[in-house]
Design a protein around this ligand. Structure first.
Ligand SMILES: C[S@@+](CC[C@H](N)C(=O)[O-])C[C@H]1O[C@@H](n2cnc3c(N)ncnc32)[C@H](O)[C@@H]1O
Length: 212
């Protein structure tokens, strides 16, 4: 399968992404919880360099840059249509966007904050992606990841249906994520669960650092 076929669903979803019903019960609450971690980090370091992996239409950086207009930000996403919308709604020169899958991304820069929300389940090489994230971290970097997670039968059923609307996906359990983090040299600082509605799957939030 070539790249465009593999990720076609994201290209097609892009134009309606900001109006999807999951915005209300999953994506918006996720941004709210991510901001609770990221804004205090920016308060301490206003020059922080942020990398967002699977940035979609750039909704999160839009909210961050309302308060911290000078952040140095790079958003990457495999879907060109997502990036086009992200660029249109974030035009400041310090906010950069690149069409690139995580598996091909490399940078000489090191980042103080790395964010990845609702994108990791779609990465084909999960171990490789986490090792890459660890390698992109500046000293004392904070990493925030949020994603659907399969921890019980209810999660299994809901995520089965979720998977039908996305590119090829695997929603690892919290236990499995802990194992993957340890393997990549990432240290878990905090794990939380976002649950706005009972019919939503477990949405796990991981706040991480790099093992010294
Ligand atoms: C559910 S959306 C999440 C977007 C945004 N982070 C949010 O929380 O609303 C998943 C995003 O991951 C992107 N994505 C999927 N696989 C990817 C990969 N291998 N590398 C980079 N981005 C990827 C998709 O194009 C899509 O924009």
């Amino acid at each position: 399968m070539n790249k465009s076929m593999k990720y076609e669903v994201w290209e097609k979803l892009a134009h309606k992404y900001n109006r999807l019903w999951v915005q209300k019960y999953s994506l918006r609450p996720t941004r709210r919880e991510v901001l609770k971690i990221v804004l205090p980090l920016l308060e301490k370091n206003k020059n922080a360099r942020i990398l967002e992996i699977g940035c979609g239409t750039g909704q999160l950086i839009r909210e961050i840059s309302r308060k911290y207009g000078n952040v140095r930000y790079l958003g990457i996403d495999v879907a060109e249509n997502m990036i086009k919308i992200a660029r249109t709604s974030n035009t400041a020169p310090n906010l950069k966007f690149t069409v690139c899958p995580i598996e091909r991304f490399s940078s000489g820069d090191r980042f103080d904050i790395i964010i990845c929300t609702h994108a990791f389940p779609y990465f084909p090489d999960k171990e490789g992606a986490l090792r890459k994230i660890a390698g992109l971290c500046a000293e004392n970097a904070g990493i925030v990841m949020v994603q659907s997670s399969t921890n019980d039968l209810k999660d299994l059923i809901i995520n089965f249906f979720l998977k039908a609307t996305t590119s090829k996906a695997k929603y690892p359990s919290i236990k499995e994520m802990r194992r993957l983090f340890a393997g990549a040299g990432l240290k878990v600082k905090r794990i939380g669960v976002i649950r706005e509605r009972r019919y939503m799957p477990t949405i796990a939030l991981f706040y991480l650092g790099v093992q010294k």
